[in-house]
Design a protein around this ligand. Structure first.
Ligand code: AMP
Ligand code: MG
Length: 397
């Protein structure tokens, strides 16, 4: 049986980076840039005031106080009409262009308005001009973002400033989510005898959303070949199909069989990990399928370890796999299983570094327990004392 590390390598080996698409800027947010972005203008585009105050000539404030005639007012959005002659200044608001010839802007709090309409400059510091010179941030034609840049809100703002209302980003995979199980009832229903609410469709859709990836809900397939076949066929039309449940050893765990009948090549069907030993990964003509263990915690762990990096690679993220952190265990732990155990834990940053406190849960169905954790700690067979150094994988959701 392969380990989780090898499973991830296999998944990434089959995950293609998708083609570039040109998108309106707002839709590109959260994506990865597939082109170099250059600026069509200087930034700032003009010598700009950083303060509400007065544009003055440096020579006019060499001796203080200095009384200067105000020749015009420059709110943001106006262009100065006149250069400054000796003995004059212009009222200049934050974000407005300074007057030609201005050496500095005197903040309004360092001035006094005189009764004759002139202004008295009380203090001036020629070392602090309060002027942002044209082009000091970006020069026209300069590359502002390279291929592979992740478009966080700040990159989106930069692209907006340089005139890019459409940008090429790598296409995000379209995902389909399918829950399986006779026992599943909708969230709005009160479960009858033997029934349980479908938690996995909600969690997987939320996981995709947290990755910035669109996902469609294919609902629930019954544990019956015909129903599974139809819904799996629909899911295989997407880039990635996520099936939960129906992958273990029970008589009604039909997912691997139906996938194979549909022409899916199964790359692995079990992984030496806990939870999530029955985890299936396959592909058909470049489309990928995950069969995640049905217990809700197992589904979430499977997504975090295998699906998330896969989706991130497909959307062109330069860092598809999150680096584990090193943490100090705050309580002893013991693993009797040969499988790599992903122990829910509370990860905290403390003065001496990261600490991880294992969260006790009642097993892979215990969502209430699992919700107390913000990370998984990676444990191998053996005993760990309090203080032991372990790897931790924080959730980003
Ligand atoms: P399975 O992998 O289908 O054998 O399911 C393992 C366990 O997970 C069973 O207790 C199922 O009832 C439960 N389970 C499967 N799918 C879901 C789901 N969508 N929501 C909540 N629990 C589920
Ligand atoms: Mg089932």
């Amino acid at each position: 049986m392969i380990g989780p590390h090898e499973a991830l390598e296999i998944v990434l080996g089959h995950a293609p980076r998708l083609d570039a698409v040109l998108l309106p800027l707002a839709e590109a947010a959260g994506g990865v840039l597939a082109e170099r972005a250059q600026s069509d203008i200087d930034l700032p585009p003009f010598d700009k005031s950083a303060m509400d105050g007065y544009s003055v000539r440096a020579a006019d404030v060499a001796r203080l106080p200095a009384d200067l005639a105000v020749i015009e007012e420059l709110p943001a959005g106006t262009a100065p009409a006149r250069p400054l002659a000796p003995g004059t200044c212009a009222k200049t608001m934050t974000g407005a262009p300074v007057s030609p010839g201005a050496g500095l802007v005197i903040p309004v709090e360092d001035t006094e308005t005189l009764l004759d309409g002139r202004v008295r400059i009380l203090r001036a510091d020629v070392g602090r001009t309060h002027i942002c010179p044209r082009g000091e941030d970006v020069r026209r034609g300069e590359t502002v973002l390279e291929v592979g840049s992740v478009l966080r809100p700040q990159e989106v703002a930069l692209l907006a400033s340089v005139g890019r209302d459409r940008v090429a980003v790598y296409r995000r995979p379209r995902v389909a989510v399918l829950a399986t199980g006779e026992e599943l009832v909708p969230v709005s229903a009160v479960p009858g005898p033997g029934q349980i609410r479908n938690a996995n469709s909600s969690s997987l859709l939320a996981c995709c959303r947290a990755c910035g990836v669109p996902a469609d809900d294919l609902g629930v397939a019954r544990d019956e070949t015909g129903d599974l076949r139809a819904k799996i066929a629909e899911g295989l039309a997407r880039d990635v199909l996520l099936v939960s449940g129906g992958v273990s050893m029970g008589d009604w765990d039909l997912v691997p069989k139906v996938l194979q009948e549909a022409g899916v090549t199964i790359h692995f069907a079990t992984v030496r990990m806990k939870p999530g030993k029955p985890t299936v990964f396959g592909s058909r003509q470049g489309r990928l399928v995950f069969g995640l263990a049905g217990n809700p915690v197992s589904t979430l762990v499977g997504f975090h370890l295998l699906v998330r990096p896969c989706l991130r690679k497909m959307m062109g993220r330069p860092d598809p796999v999150a680096d584990p952190l090193e943490a100090r265990l705050l309580a002893p732990a013991r693993v009797r299983d040969d499988r790599v155990t992903f122990q829910p834990a509370i990860l905290r940053r403390e003065a001496g570094g990261w600490t991880a406190r294992p969260v006790e849960t009642h097993g892979p169905a215990d969502l209430a327990g699992f919700c107390k954790a913000n990370a998984l700690v990676v444990l191998e067979r053996g005993s760990y004392e309090a203080g032991a150094r372990v790897k931790a994988l924080p959730f980003e959701y």
